[in-house]
Design a protein around this ligand. Structure first.
Ligand code: SF4
Length: 308
């Protein structure tokens, strides 16, 4: 492993590359990244990058977003097959047909997509949101408009309650967040009295109902930081997040909330990226995200929603 890390460090210089890594990547990848963050943070950082090459350690829609927001850079990712079950649950052709059906039925609506969607899907939407800015953006939509929210039904349900807006929900979900077990969570709470449960709003309502704090990954980090005394946190999001929490706030203890069918909820898409693949994509400058015709429209929506 040390040899591969040394090769990656050397390639950073020879290829003028910067490494961005999502919090759900394996710890060894986060450890050698120049910038770590959630989707929003990485998207914003990607606009400021001066290096010619952006190595995006995350999944495909995130690398697309980096390319769209910084088109003059070469954006590569370790494994082109690193997709996302949530993004895949709302393919653009199906969304287009559904929007047409709503319009034919006289519905007057705007479409809001969670950032976990493909660029082709974003291009069909009015707004792109993250768990951090969703409430603000939904409040900006005139009250006489309906809102179609895609693709995550759990986040959509949570936002319905938070904003009081009757969102039309798309029936998508993240395979990782969907399988947390409420029974296991309650058992863990009993086993560790005084523990605080922090959950991502992509989790189903029964998990959120038993959580003391609900927020995206950046919000979870800020929340944990606010506890001065060592505390036990039960973490209901992708468990590699715990590497970042231990790295930043080592005084606390972190326990992953188990899934229904397995002991862990590792994202299988993020897991496709390995150190060897990071090295190889940097050496070959491939696989690369290339500009697609629908990126222009997706760019307009992304900039309006996340940068302005
Ligand atoms: S954790 Fe879920 S939403 Fe995130 S990349 Fe994996 S499948 Fe997609």
């Amino acid at each position: 492993m040390e040899e591969v890390v040394a090769q990656i460090q050397a390639l950073k210089k020879t290829q003028d590359a910067v490494i961005l890594a999502h919090y759900y990547q394996q710890g060894e990848i986060q450890a050698l990244a120049d910038i770590t963050g959630d989707s929003l943070h990485l998207a914003r950082e990607a606009t400021k990058v001066k290096n010619q090459v952006i190595v995006f350690c995350g999944v495909h829609f995130m690398a697309e977003t980096a390319k769209i927001l910084n088109p003059s850079r070469t954006v590569i990712l370790p494994d082109l097959k690193a997709g996302c079950s949530l993004a895949d649950s709302c393919p653009a052709p199906r969304l287009r047909r559904y929007q047409e059906m709503l319009r034919e039925n006289g519905r007057d609506f705007q479409t809001v997509t969670y950032i976990n969607s493909t660029a082709a899907t974003k291009a069909l939407c009015d707004w792109v949101v993250t768990s951090g800015n969703a409430r603000d953006i939904i409040h900006r939509i005139p009250a006489d408009k309906e809102i179609l929210f895609v693709p995550d039904r759990h986040l959509g349900q949570y936002l319905r309650e938070e904003t009081g807006r009757p969102l039309i929900l798309w029936d998508g979900a993240c395979m990782v967040h969907e399988i947390f077990s409420v029974g296991e969570l309650l058992a863990l709470k009993k086993k560790i009295p005084g523990s605080i449960t922090v959950a991502h709003p992509e989790c189903p309502a029964n998990i959120l109902a038993h959580s003391e704090f609900i927020g995206g990954t950046e919000a979870i980090i800020r929340h944990v930081a606010s506890f001065v005394d060592p505390t036990d946190f039960l973490v209901a999001t992708e468990p590699h997040m715990i590497w970042q929490l231990e790295h930043r706030h080592p005084r606390h203890r972190y326990h992953p909330v188990p899934g229904i069918t397995c002991a862990c909820n590792d994202c299988p898409h993020m897991a496709l990226n390995t150190l060897e693949k990071v090295r190889d994509c940097m050496a070959n400058l491939s696989p690369e995200i290339t500009w697609q015709p629908y990126f222009d429209q997706a760019s307009e929506v992304l900039r309006r929603s996340l940068l302005n």
